[in-house]
Write a protein that binds this ligand. Structure first.
Ligand code: COA
Length: 260
């Protein structure tokens, strides 16, 4: 598949998606969102891809938000359609059945912060900055920020970021639980790849069902969530991977999972 605004590279079962519009700080115009949608689908469907890392081109930005030039022209119905389209693309990364890590290399603002939050894990470089500055523009977050940010950092902190538009640095993002890890800029991709490699060494079916249980469980009652978890637990007992994982432990060797 060919892309206009992003690079899609696969090595060692890891897809590295680089949003490639550095002169505009990788702002999400319609074409980038379209490319991202195709990238999410490619990650979900390619057998040689076990998981993905999303990052931004250039030293300055992961993504500095939706493209304000595009936003400035939208009518109410175009605005709604834009939000729904962006939400669907981000949700596809979240539900692609494979682990997706955001390697946040600079500004992650508005839609950039929202894309990072739709990833399963976030690693930030020390120079990363996060924010939901939409209210400064007279709009509110539209790509899931009002929903995922409170789920990650709590309602009070989320509202503070959304209502004041204040940018926070990587250390603060780590302290409030918005990112999993902060690393020096020059180590960002190495650390993201190491984390993804660790996950790719696990049973792929187990990883997919654990992601699904956590994702769906957030919206269920405790009893409903526990039942879903028990069903997944039972289902995994039908896999060759479960037999392999336990045999490997008992035989004191590394497991060789096949995803079956
Ligand atoms: N949409 C469109 N273009 C954007 C953009 C966005 N969200 N963010 C940055 N750009 C463009 C700038 O217009 C500029 O383009 P130009 O060189 O053609 O003038 C280029 O990217 C570099 O940005 P610049 O503002 O000059 O860099 P800076 O280092 O001075 O500031 C930011 C960096 C991130 C603080 C600033 O660009 C910014 O506030 N961006 C908007 C963030 C935002 O509100 N995002 C949410 C949108 S809903």
């Amino acid at each position: 598949m060919s892309y206009q605004n992003l690079l899609f590279q696969v090595r060692d079962r890891m897809a590295v998606v680089t949003i490639n519009r550095p002169d505009k700080l990788n702002a999400l115009n319609n074409a980038v969102v379209e490319d991202l949608g195709r990238a999410a689908e490619e990650i979900a469907t390619r057998d040689d891809v076990g998981g993905a890392i999303i990052t931004g081109a250039g030293p300055k930005a992961f993504i500095a938000g939706a493209d304000i030039g595009d936003l400035s022209k939208q009518t109410p119905f175009e605005g709604k359609a834009r939000a729904l389209r962006g939400q669907a693309v981000l949700r596809r990364f979240e539900t692609c059945g494979k682990p997706v890590i955001a390697a946040v290399n600079g500004f992650a603002l508005g839609g950039g912060c929202e894309l990072a939050m739709a990833c399963h894990l976030r690693i930030a470089s020390q120079n990363a900055k996060f924010g939901q500055p939409e209210a400064r523009l007279g709009i509110a977050p539209g790509y899931g920020g009002t929903q995922r940010l409170p789920r990650l950092v709590g309602k009070g902190r989320a509202l503070e970021m959304i209502l004041t538009g204040r940018m926070i640095d990587a250390e603060e993002a780590y302290r409030i639980g918005l990112v999993n890890k902060v690393v020096p800029a020059e180590k960002l991709m190495e650390e993201a790849e190491a984390m993804l490699k660790t996950i790719l060494a696990m049973g792929p079916r187990a990883v997919a069902l654990a992601i699904e249980a956590v994702d769906h469980g957030m919206d269920l009652t405790l009893d409903e969530g526990l039942l879903m978890e028990a069903n997944h637990f039972g289902l995994l007992a039908s896999t060759e991977d479960m037999k392999e994982g336990m045999a490997a432990f008992l035989e004191k060797r590394e497991a060789n999972f096949k995803g079956k």
